[in-house]
Ligand binder design. Structure first.
Ligand SMILES: CCCCC/C=C\C/C=C\CC/C=C/CC(=O)SCCNC(=O)CCNC(=O)[C@H](O)C(C)(C)COP(=O)(O)OP(=O)(O)OC[C@H]1O[C@@H](n2cnc3c(N)ncnc32)[C@H](O)[C@@H]1OP(=O)(O)O
Length: 243
């Protein structure tokens, strides 16, 4: 699955809706046993949640958007398919989350590409299920420091921390992703699927059990004037950086 929503593959409500539909089709297709996620936009895997969906909109919109984000995560983290992230560009916040939900992450070894959960830098808080997914990948200590600092890690640092499993030159990315997929698909599906489900169940169940509460927390948090101000300033900063 190739993300193609220029300029930065931001995860808008439309993007997420289309993504979930596409994923559901693949999940229901018995002939499809695995998916490789990558980007068709040069230098960007995904810039994370579309900030404009969280800024200056109604409470109803925030709730609808957050339900869609939850749905995307539940489908991806709970997928029965083998999922490989071929990270061919920067991948902050929600973009990093997509990579973290996969079974294996391969990143292009470009020092300009960064990845991480940088929410704290925007003055917002990564919700518990982002945090849980991160902890399950890199462990508690690395996750705690990285989340508090809102760190965006270079590809080599991400590899050192275990945030990505492997680094490759750009030209080798697709070949490597296909080789990893073949290795994972060589196992019987039922054994691999049950093992994956066992490893992820507690974290998935936690969101399912608290889904509406999580929506309300998000809506209350994001609609605070202080948070709206932080997001507006962040968007301004992104625009100024270009000038
Ligand atoms: C205790 C109670 C707790 C309760 C908690 C409950 C719930 C939790 C609450 C909130 C959690 C919300 C979670 C959010 C997760 C996220 O994903 S937030 C998004 C974070 N993303 C980023 O920080 C990335 C920002 N973007 C960049 O750093 C750069 O754009 C880039 C990706 C590195 C690319 O750089 P490049 O130079 O190539 O491009 P530009 O910067 O010029 O960008 C082009 C264009 O795109 C716009 N844009 C970039 N990113 C986004 C985005 N994420 N959303 C929307 N728009 C984006 C940028 O502004 C430019 O626009 P233009 O100037 O109009 O062309």
């Amino acid at each position: 699955m190739k993300f193609k929503s220029p300029p930065v593959n931001s995860l808008s409500l439309d993007f997420i809706t289309e993504f979930c539909i596409g994923l559901e089709k693949l999940e229901n297709n018995r002939e499809c046993r695995g998916v490789i996620f990558t980007s068709a936009v040069p230098n960007i895997f995904s810039s994370g949640l579309d900030i404009t969906e969280m800024c200056g909109k109604s409470m109803e919109h925030y709730a609808e958007f957050w339900r869609a984000v939850q749905e995307m995560w539940l489908r991806l983290y709970g997928s029965n398919m083998v999922t490989v992230a071929a990270v061919n560009g920067s991948s902050p916040a929600g973009g990093c989350l997509i990579a973290l939900t996969c079974d294996y992450r391969i990143m292009v070894e470009n020092p300009k590409f960064v990845i991480g959960l940088n929410e704290a830098q925007l003055g917002i808080v990564a919700p518990f299920w982002f945090k849980d997914t991160f902890v399950n990948t890199v462990g508690h200590r690395v996750a705690e420091r990285s989340l508090q600092l809102g760190s965006l890690h270079s590809a080599s640092e991400a590899h050192r921390l275990g945030l990505v499993d492997e680094l490759v030159p750009e030209v080798k990315l697709q070949e490597k992703a296909a080789a990893v997929m073949a290795q994972w698909l060589a196992l019987p599906d039922h054994a691999r699927q049950l093992t994956k489900s066992m490893m992820r169940k507690a974290v998935l169940d936690r969101l399912v059990a608290h889904r509406e509460e999580d929506v309300q927390n998000f809506v209350n948090f994001i609609s605070k004037e202080s948070i709206q101000k932080s997001l507006r300033m962040y968007m301004e900063m992104l625009k100024k950086k270009k000038r």
